[in-house]
Design a protein around this ligand. Structure first.
Ligand code: ATP
Length: 263
């Protein structure tokens, strides 16, 4: 069933995102400096680095929230995202999830997902319009993926923090984005919720591409394939977690300091 949702079958080596020479300045302070970064289809990429390294700013540029002073961000090879507005970028197939879940708490889990479906209708008509069987299939598929099938009729406000996060990921998935940008998806979760979230990310990466900004190194160690370390607005290192953990420079600027502080 998952395979039916894959709209694009690119070659394994094809890039979905290519960031070149990116620079972002806030009142003269360079939050990103000459940053190059690329991502292939189906990757689950973790972005790590010390506070202020530029991780959130990079996601903000990709989704159009922040415009760079220099550089380009190419999506699917030809589309330069720096030339598009935030809502256009969402329509092009990039979904962003912020750290705090924002679900409609008085609506049920099912209604939250139904409202998020990619459609031209307005919010109210979307809620009352008849759901087609194809849409129902998609809704049930996503409900299953996020582990909330048995809570579909419960109000979102009554869910646990972790369940709300999964619902929001499910809502993003209903938009069928090709690229998902997730900001600390496991923050504040219990150990078992964190474990489930990691498994969910791997399941999503079977058909879509994901960038995760993360500070929880245990989570990264357990679930990361490739890790990019940002430092002072640029890429310091990239590799497997194994490689990153044994890198002296990364230890000096980030991981070593975290160990010393017991984080
Ligand atoms: N809107 C803004 N105005 C001014 N400075 C900003 C703005 N947004 C970010 N910055 C600065 O840019 C730098 C990079 O911030 P950013 O939030 O991207 O880092 P980060 O790696 O995500 O950090 P953290 O892990 O703490 O979230 C920081 O020094 C931050 O203070």
């Amino acid at each position: 069933m998952l395979g039916q949702l894959a709209k694009h079958e690119p070659a394994a080596s094809e890039k979905i995102l290519s960031v070149k020479g990116l620079e972002v300045s806030f009142d003269g302070f360079k939050a990103l400096r000459n940053l190059d970064f690329s991502l292939q289809y189906g990757e689950l990429r973790f972005l790590i680095g010390p506070n202020g390294a530029g991780k959130t700013t990079l996601l903000d540029v990709i989704c159009g929230k922040v415009k760079p002073s220099h550089g380009h961000v190419y999506f699917k090879d030809a589309i330069d995202l720096t030339k598009h507005q935030e809502h256009q970028i969402a329509q092009l197939g990039i979904g962003r999830k912020f750290q705090t879940p924002s679900v409609f708490s008085t609506l049920t889990v099912f209604e939250n997902l139904a409202l998020s479906m990619k459609q031209k209708r307005g919010l109210l008509s979307a809620l009352w319009a008849k759901t087609t069987s194809e849409q129902l299939d998609r809704l049930h598929l996503r409900l299953g993926m996020i582990g909330l099938h048995n809570k579909s009729k419960e109000r979102a406000g009554s869910l646990s923090h972790g369940e709300k996060q999964w619902l929001e990921i499910g809502m993003l998935l209903m938009q069928e984005p090709d690229l998902l940008l997730l900001d600390e998806p496991a923050a504040g979760m219990t150990d078992s919720e964190t474990e489930k979230t990691g498994e969910l990310l791997h399941e999503i990466a079977a058909t879509q591409t994901i960038i995760v900004v993360e500070h929880d190194m245990e989570f990264v160690r357990q679930f990361a394939r490739t890790v990019t370390v940002l430092h002072e607005g640029t890429v310091l290192r990239e590799g497997t977690m194994q490689e990153i953990q044994h890198d002296d420079k990364v230890a000096e600027v980030y991981l070593g300091r975290r160990v010393e502080r017991g984080v």
